[in-house]
Design a protein around this ligand. Structure first.
Ligand code: ADP
Length: 175
């Protein structure tokens, strides 16, 4: 096994639901750092499809076997959460130029509040670079196949929830 940095890092997000893009970032973080906490947020201004407990459960299932990766609910400010757990850095995924502006703003705001915590950006494999949770939900709603975009267990769960997506309508918020 290759040597990993001894640090603990936090990977925050809404993960509604976890996609293969998220999982790719978790694996990359896991290959670099001793401990990775996947911190699942309540989604401040989004109306989530999956309740937080279910999002956590799905992430736990698909990260089983990745030693040093654990999943927790993120309450309050991310920097407070990171400090409380002794994290050295926050991990974020960058897909495209469109992610840049939001991610930079957030990284700078977090640095202002916690100059001791770095933000580290990881980029996914190009085959996952276009995947977003919101597009996955739209595709499911429209009757498409998302089996190449999310872990199998997530795809099955989304199938069951297709009806609920219908109630919400096709115009879902973008992440
Ligand atoms: P948020 O709730 O902050 O929008 P998400 O749950 O959508 O977060 O995503 C969490 C993090 O994972 C963000 O940094 C986001 O840019 C990143 N991410 C989302 N989808 C992908 C993907 N397909 N490849 C790489 N990173 C991704």
């Amino acid at each position: 096994m290759t040597q990993r940095f001894s640090s603990l890092v936090v990977y925050p997000g809404s993960f509604d639901p976890i996609t293969l893009g998220h999982l790719d970032i978790i694996r990359r973080a896991h290959s670099l750092f001793r401990e990775v906490i996947v911190a699942v947020a309540d989604s401040f201004n989004k109306d989530p499809l999956l309740p937080i407990d279910e999002r956590i459960e799905l992430i736990e299932t698909v990260t089983e076997g990745l030693e040093g990766v654990r999943v927790e609910r993120l309450k309050g400010l991310l920097v407070d959460f990171a400090r409380k757990h002794g994290a050295k850095a926050i991990i974020r995924g960058l897909r495209a130029v469109s992610d840049f502006e939001y991610e930079f703003k957030m990284a700078w705001m977090n640095r202002r509040m916690a100059p001791d915590i770095e933000t580290i950006f990881l980029i996914p494999s190009e085959k996952y670079a276009y995947i977003s949770s919101s597009l996955v939900k739209e595709i499911v709603y429209l009757g498409g196949d998302v089996s190449t975009m999310v872990p199998e267990i997530v795809a099955r769960r989304l199938e069951v929830l297709r009806g609920k997506l219908g109630e919400k309508g096709p115009s879902l918020e973008h992440d």
